[in-house]
Design a protein around this ligand. Structure first.
Ligand code: GLA
Length: 378
């Protein structure tokens, strides 16, 4: 399967945890479409952990959907998702049990992949709990990778071993199209900051066909639900959404879509931000001064197809700050005779940089996101 740009969708875990069922998925799919998420590029509706019975079928060994939560089986859910023009994702685990203690796929990889294919699954998130110490991650992920490749259906493989065991050095050998490069997210500023900043040295590992997955977003949760924690402010969600877009991570929403506020809906369907995430060049983002790694004022830039440049200024610190960027840090020395026409993707305003620099105030816990055109300086 060729996956040219980061996958986009919605996943049940962050808000609903084990409280999932067919009705919730149907309602979420309906609102997914109503909110314009499909038009904005979101495709995958993913059911995370806790969807199955506690034990496999004693006769066939097959994994069984919970009768209580999914009385019509998973094929019926997949059909509903497909009818709406979306793709259907599910979850399993490389160990014998999942992280929430449901049957895992170890020793049943080929059987499970066939079962998922029969149900019409298009995406499999594959977790890493309850596996034997002797079983190394590359071995476990290659088993499911091969099972999916031979199951008769195109199923996107989403690996989730939380960035352990130098996963970036071998994950492409498994056929995974995305892989978790971080631990679990919680809905608070510190968790989001740790994940965003923790990715800075790892951005060179993310590229077409296998993207660094920074976990499902908490944008719009406001402290509610399974990983609710203390919640974030709207501005902090703007930072989160901007970082995930600019870093080139999969955009898997995790809030209750049915309760999404209009301003969050506007944020997560911001075409300009999504265009950066989905830019066809898929260039590696890079950190520039003064956002040197380790500072709480982070500036990340990225070349875009067609010659534009994306620049994001993130103030993760506890103080309002000014930041000054020298154009030469972006590869544009004075003798290039170029400056930047800077389109602010959040406010819609356009400003011009100087020939050698631009300076911007950034309140604490906020971000400026620009798409810049290179224009003559004279
Ligand atoms: C792990 C994963 C989470 C979620 C849970 C489910 O913690 O990292 O994203 O899938 O398991 O139990």
């Amino acid at each position: 399967m060729i996956v040219q740009t980061p996958p986009m969708g919605w996943n049940t875990w962050n808000t609903f945890g084990e409280h999932i069922n067919e009705q919730l998925i149907r309602e979420s799919v309906d609102i997914f479409v109503k909110l314009g998420l499909r038009e904005a590029g979101y495709r995958y509706v993913v059911i995370d952990d806790c969807w199955s019975e506690r034990e496999r079928d004693p006769k066939t060994d097959e994994i069984l959907p919970s009768k209580e939560k999914f009385p019509n089986g998973m094929k019926a859910v997949a059909d509903y998702v497909h009818e709406k023009g979306l793709k259907f994702g599910m979850y399993s685990c490389a160990g014998v049990r999942t992280c929430a203690n449901y049957p895992g796929s170890f020793g049943h990889e080929f059987l499970d992949a066939k079962t998922f294919a029969r149900w019409g699954v298009d995406f499999l998130k594959y977790d890493y709990c309850l596996k034997a110490f002797s079983d190394k991650a590359p071995y476990l992920y290659r088993r499911m990778g091969q099972a999916l490749r031979t199951c008769g259906r195109d199923i996107l493989f989403s690996a989730c071993n939380w960035g352990t065991e130098d996963v970036w050095s071998w994950i492409r050998t498994t056929g995974a199209s995305m892989y978790r490069s971080t631990g679990d997210i919680f809905d608070n500023f510190q968790s989001m900051k740790n994940i965003a900043m923790g990715q800075l040295p790892k951005m060179c590992f993310s590229a077409p066909n296998c993207f660094n997955d920074m976990d499902m977003l908490t944008v719009g949760m406001f402290g509610n639900g399974n990983v609710g924690s203390s919640g974030c402010t709207y501005e902090e969600y703007v930072m989160q959404f901007s970082a995930w877009c600019l870093w080139g991570a999969p955009i898997m929403l995790g809030c209750d879509l049915r309760k999404m506020t209009p301003e969050i809906a506007k944020l997560v369907t911001n075409r300009d931000l999504i265009a950066i995430n989905q830019d066809p060049l898929v260039a590696q983002p890079y950190c520039i001064e003064p956002g040197a790694m380790g500072s709480d004022l982070v500036t990340v830039a990225r070349i875009l197809e067609g010659g534009d440049l994306a620049v994001g200024l993130f103030n993760f610190s506890e103080n309002d700050r000014w930041t000054t960027i020298l154009l030469e840090w972006l590869g544009l020395p004075y003798e290039s005779k170029l400056r930047l026409e800077m389109h602010d993707l959040l406010s819609g305003e356009t400003t011009m940089s100087g020939r050698d620099e631009f300076s911007v105030p950034i309140p604490k816990h906020s971000v400026r996101m620009y798409r810049c055109k290179l224009v003559p300086a004279v």
